[in-house]
Design a protein around this ligand. Structure first.
Ligand SMILES: C[S@@+](CC[C@H](N)C(=O)[O-])C[C@H]1O[C@@H](n2cnc3c(N)ncnc32)[C@H](O)[C@@H]1O
Length: 472
């Protein structure tokens, strides 16, 4: 435990808020499941245990119980796994940011591979094709984006950090958070000190009283540039001026955003740029990308470079594609990579600011063989796509692809499909649909983009197995 940051009594564990005495069970765990919990079986139900590892005997305190399964948290480890280590963060086990601080890195990689293999159960031969997880070189200080929330302790102190696991109101201080750089931690410290000094409260999620909501820090690893945005329920010129003064040496661009809607997740409605251009520039495999506070950008720059290089390698395994589609294109990193191997690339993205940013990124890199279409991939075939393409790369968010999207992708009869997935469950569901296509899986390659968390990113290479039959 870090002596400089004792756990404040004001952020009590919300679990279990029970009137009855807590239910504690001694269980032996079997395996890790997606979500990072260890699965154990009691006579009555299956228990998913936070902070436990496979093959451990733990006393688990149940915090949620259904008829056939329950969720618990390891409160005592009676027989520990050799994969268990002493966590290097005072908030390990409580914070929603990391789930594997108590696990050796080798075991984290093993668990991620196991989770992917498990998800592919029932897909003929797929499980044998899963490679070892491509490890990250840096398991700390790797995130290029952090969004911290403001909260209030029970003592009334302002706190800035990450949500306690499973809680939308309890915030744990992020001044020691190892997922970010030291510069980012220093920004957190200075903004916390500034808000306290000026007596500015945090927005209260239940009472809906006005105040500060979030602090976004984006840090381009290729250029070292930093973007800071403070989101509040109300404008404050004095705070804005102090923010610029206090962060001048640490931030290349600073903005102050307003969110007057007090219900639902915090979203900027208006933005004042206080310093710089409102964007920073990142470099991925020599390509330049303009990054703003809102648009999606892979949060681990070093691993994203490896992932995108590998997309190109898999995409050209059977020759170079003439026409390639990049679906869920975001700000265009995959399209910009595919531009080097395909004659023509079409990116499809639905979020207008990302489409705009992608077009700017194409211009920034003087790339002329990529077009961007603003459309919803999960609906019908967007206009402007030819009847046949050679390659389709999909990189959907966690819900994966709609059945409609799989149908129209299939109709384009691409020889190769590369599926970039951040969710093994929806990947498995979508692969089953593609295999009816007819496609066969050639490779499944997990990448560790999120060390110390349970998240599993992967690339799957699909190859068309027969020539399409004309239905005309
Ligand atoms: C996981 S991100 C990938 C972005 C990009 N490939 C990258 O690596 O930076 C998913 C992207 O899909 C976009 N998106 C989500 N739903 C979509 C939909 N139905 N149609 C098109 N794009 C969508 C999001 O705005 C986001 O940019």
């Amino acid at each position: 435990m870090n002596p400089s940051t004792p756990p404040p009594p004001s952020t009590p564990d919300p679990r279990p808020p029970m009137n009855r005495p807590p239910l504690d069970l001694t269980v032996h765990t079997e395996k890790i499941v997606h979500g990072g919990q260890a699965l154990a079986r009691d006579d009555r139900f299956v228990v998913f245990v936070d902070d436990a590892l496979p093959n451990e005997t733990v006393r688990a305190r149940i915090y949620k119980k259904k008829k056939k399964f329950a969720f618990g948290r390891a409160i005592e480890v009676l027989d520990a796994s050799p994969d268990r280590i002493e966590p290097d963060c005072p908030w390990a086990g409580d914070c929603g940011g990391c789930s594997y601080r108590h696990v050796t890195y080798n075991a984290q990689l093993r668990f991620k591979k196991d989770v992917l293999i498990e998800a592919l159960y029932g897909i003929d031969g797929a499980q044998d094709l899963v490679s070892d997880v491509v490890p990250a070189e840096a398991i700390n200080d790797y995130r290029n984006k952090m969004v911290f929330s403001f909260g209030t302790t029970h003592d009334g102190d302002l706190v800035l950090g990450l949500h306690r696991r499973g809680s939308f109101i309890h915030i744990l201080p992020a001044d020691v958070c190892k997922l970010q750089s030291e510069a980012s931690r220093e920004i957190v410290r200075r903004v916390t000190a500034l808000a306290k000094e000026m007596g500015i409260p945090a927005f209260h999620e239940i009472k809906k009283t006005p105040g500060l909501r979030t602090l976004t820090i984006r840090e381009a690893r290729g250029t070292g540039q930093r973007l800071v945005e403070l989101l509040s329920t109300s404008a404050d010129d004095d705070l804005a001026a102090r923010l610029v003064a206090d962060l001048d040496d640490l931030a290349d661009t600073i903005s102050f955003a307003l969110c007057t809607n007090r219900h639902g997740p915090p979203r900027p409605e208006q933005r004042a740029i206080l310093k710089g251009t409102g964007t920073i520039e990142e470099i991925l495999n020599g390509r330049r990308f303009r990054i703003d506070p809102d648009t999606f950008f892979q949060s681990n720059t070093a691993q994203a470079e490896r992932l995108f290089s590998r997309v190109n390698a898999l995409a050209t395994r059977h020759g170079r594609p003439a026409t390639a589609l990049d679906l869920f294109a975001g700000t265009g990193p995959i399209a910009l990579h595919l531009a080097a191997i395909a004659e023509r690339v079409i990116g499809v993205e639905s979020f207008p600011p990302s489409v705009k940013a992608a077009r700017e990124n194409l211009a920034l890199n003087a790339i002329e063989n990529v077009d961007l279409i603003a459309a919803d991939v999960n609906k019908a075939l967007p206009p402007g796509i030819p009847d046949h393409v050679d390659l389709v790369v999909v990189d959907p968010p966690r819900p994966g692809l709609s059945p409609e999207a799989i149908t129209w992708i299939n109709r384009l009869t691409p020889e190769t499909i590369v599926y970039v997935s951040c969710n093994p469950a929806t990947l498995a569901r979508d692969l089953k649909r593609f295999l009816e296509g007819p496609y066969a899986i050639e490779a499944v390659e997990p990448f560790d983009l999120f060390p110390n968390t349970y998240h599993v990113e992967s690339l799957t290479l699909l190859r068309r197995t027969s020539t399409p039959v004309s239905t005309d």
